[in-house]
Design a protein around this ligand. Sequence first.
Ligand code: NI
Length: 184
Amino acid sequence: MIRPVYIYGSPVLRKVAQDIDSTYPDIKQLIEDMFETMYHSDGVGLAAPQIGLSIRLIVIDDSPMEEDDPALKDFKKVFINAKIIERFGEKVLFKEGCLSIPNLREEVERESSVRIQYLDENFIPHDEVFEGIPARVIQHEYDHLEGVMFTDRLSVLRRKLIGGKLNSISKGKFDIDYKFRLAK
Ligand code: NI
């Protein structure tokens, strides 16, 4: 089932999300819904707070970015209770977007590599290092679990410049073809 995407200004996007365990109700269905919602809106990653659930669940499928890196062909993963242990490597600028901030794209600086501990969809623990585009998407989605939006990572000046745009986005002044929900 496709879920509505919560838009910038929704309080749930500013909360620190909580860990879950395997008794979380209908977790398989929820993961399926998140992938479906993400594909429907042409996203490459989605965090549970973006569908209104303040839990530490992320889905990522970077295969649409295969053109940039052939290794991404099969990069489809679920991250539960993710914890970034270390960010390292060079700082890289990359133009990011977010399903919760429609039609806004900005260069964001992040480290090129991350080490992350997480549980997969079967609640099996992993401790892995990612670099390149996966590291970028993981850091973006991870921010959602911490109540951080990518626009928070822009310079003070840049944030000032896009302030009006963010304000109109939070009021629903945008044109997208996926279901969404504004702050009440
Ligand atoms: Ni996002």
